[in-house]
Design a protein around this ligand. Structure first.
Ligand code: ZN
Length: 324
């Protein structure tokens, strides 16, 4: 008989806490103020700088995913952030690269060209190839992960778990909630591809936008109190499920006035950070600030790359009802 039955009492907080890593807080921002539909470089620069200032005031490091036009327009800003210990990576909107807007609606060959253009333009500005990538809209198909890995990306966020937006090729309902190696053939499962996927924090039980999108930890979506409940529920689940390295990943965009202390989004950002600290204290959990690169590095140390993707077990209990 297995020592762990489904009805076993969960471990106490302290027991559970002693078996897991510190909770990593990843603060990521998609920088796209020069996207054609926004085209406000001054706002982009103010917002990016303001976001970094809030993080640094709280001794946190951020992950800045940047579309090529923003990176080229504000090269000095992003080089400076890189020097200050933040991570700068690529944010892909295919529409900025002479292609239709949604990456997941492109052929593998078209995607390869768009991805390579992002790599080349990033390297031109930053003096090194990018390692980290985040996809606009979470728009991807099953060709995307292998193409990202082929282009040299090592980690990032392609998925938005729970999304049901086929018109943007953003279908992720049932995708893993936690950090995992991507699957080379099927984007919805963990696999054996050497690319560490770091999904944004979402609540799969709470749906918005007519059911098309799960409540997620994007700063501008709701207020700090709602974010507190999402983070608390997420961390409780990760501890209960024995996730080796709990991760909370917040997201936002550089189109809000994060440089203005009176701005509601700025206050939500600050409140969300304080909420995270409060939850860790209440649950007696240690925590660390982390970039996506930090999370990927630690994930690789904790989990060696599988030689083959695991085949999930099929739940066949329903078949019993057909026997009689
Ligand atoms: Zn975007």
């Amino acid at each position: 008989m297995s020592s762990k039955q489904p009805n076993d009492a969960p471990p106490s907080r302290k027991e559970a806490a002693s078996t897991i890593e510190p909770v990593r807080l990843v603060m990521s921002i998609d920088c796209e103020a020069l996207q054609q539909s926004i085209a406000d470089p001054a706002l982009g620069e103010r917002s990016t700088r303001g976001f970094a200032d809030v993080l640094e005031a709280n001794k946190l490091r951020g992950t800045f995913y940047v579309i090529s036009p923003d990176l080229e327009a504000h090269a000095a800003v992003y080089r400076d952030l890189d020097r200050r210990g933040h991570e700068v990576g690529v944010h892909i909107h295919a529409g900025e690269h002479d292609a239709p807007e949604f990456l997941g609606l492109l052929s593998a060959e078209e995607q390869r060209r768009v991805i390579q253009d992002n790599v080349d333009r990033f390297a031109q500005v930053m003096g090194r190839p990018p390692l980290s990538v985040c996809l606009g809209y979470g728009s991807a198909n099953d060709a995307t992960y292998p193409l990202l890995a082929d282009a040299g990306f090592r980690h990032g966020g392609a998925s938005i778990p729970g999304r049901r937006l086929p018109q943007c090729a953003s279908c992720w309902d049932g995708a893993p909630l936690d950090v995992h190696y991507a699957h080379r053939w099927f984007r919805m499962l963990p696999g054996d591809l050497d690319f560490v996927e770091i999904p944004p924090t979402v609540d799969p039980d709470s749906r918005m936008w007519g059911g098309k999108h799960c409540q997620d930890l994007r700063i501008e979506l709701v207020d700090a109190k709602s974010h507190w409940h999402l983070m608390d529920k997420t961390i409780a689940r990760q501890v209960r499920d024995g996730v080796a390295m709990p991760v909370v990943r917040a997201t936002t965009h550089n189109i809000f006035e994060y440089d203005d202390p009176r701005n509601f989004r700025r206050q939500t950002l600050e409140g969300t950070i304080q909420g995270f600290l409060d939850i860790c204290q209440r649950r007696e959990l240690s925590w660390q600030t982390a970039t996506s690169a930090d999370v990927a590095e630690r994930f690789r140390a904790l989990h060696s790359l599988p030689t083959t993707a695991a085949v999930p077990e099929l739940d066949t209990r329903g078949r019993q009802f057909t026997k009689a």
